[in-house]
Ligand binder design. Sequence first.
Ligand SMILES: [Zn+2]
Length: 347
Amino acid sequence: MSRKMKSKDIEALIYLAIIASPIYGIYLLFHNYGDMIGYSIVFLLICVSLVYILIFIFEYFYYKSEKFLAIKSSIKENILKCNELNAHIEELKQVSLAPNTVDYGIANYNDNSKYKYQRKELEKIKSNPNVYNCSLSICKGAQEQPFKYLCKYFNIKADEDTLSDVENIFNDFSAAEQGKILLKKERTDILDSIQNKLPSFLLEFRQKKLIKKLGFDDVDFNDYYFPKYTFNYVSAGGNSSMSCDVLLDLENLEKLILYLSNIIKFKKSIAGQRMLMTSSLREKIKKRDKYKCKHCSISIEQEPNLLLEIDHIVPLSKGGITSEDNLQTLCWRCNRKKGNKILSNEN
Ligand SMILES: [Zn+2]
């Protein structure tokens, strides 16, 4: 982390120097401040810019050189695997709670009040499926009991289908978050394996560009994909406002699963069989399956940065339930291929 910050800061400083040195030089010329200190500062800044320009030129030729292309092709397969995993993680992040699909129509808002009484803030309110514009008391209530208000005002029904949806999301997001960590590790391992062949200053200060030139796809490491629901209160005149966000990150999703299951009176599950998808259950299934893919038998011993996922053998959408019998460990590749087909363990 600190290494990344350092190189980023230095880069920013250098860009600043490239821009600032000629400007400062011109400033000195016009104001006849040509003293020794002024000139030496300009000289220093120009030197730094020159170094940077030299790095640019070096990079231009280096990334075209046969030496670099040979390194690149030696790790081609590994990079391809990384990029595939990256694409898979992006797919995992796409699942979402069934959005509120009701079309309420279009209406125009007209404020016919005399100037003094106009409520300009009300005009700005636009419909957004993840924002609920509400009274102050609802906003406060949402802060105290987020899930209760979430279900009520965002039409999330506390039933078995919703629970299955939330479990699916939790399962996929958990895999995505684990995948991100493993992908980072794998990338570091690949870089370490070719470390001696690469110019060290590129690794140290220009790693981002280097990674791109080696053929890695951009990886999105931030967590902005977690669904966020907002309760928004704005007073009619716009002078006071308050909002309350319910972020469904892994921690909250797991809590939501427990919350929903407490409300639901289960119909189809046989007593004791229906379990809840939680991080401890996910870990339990992986341990039971000895951290091996039940389909292709690849294990984390063979591939240390292998992403293992928890799969419903009979999918929830086809009537399967979350139970130990219906869960299995699959590697991400097999799970991706499976889609909605049911894999048999024998082949
Ligand atoms: Zn597999």
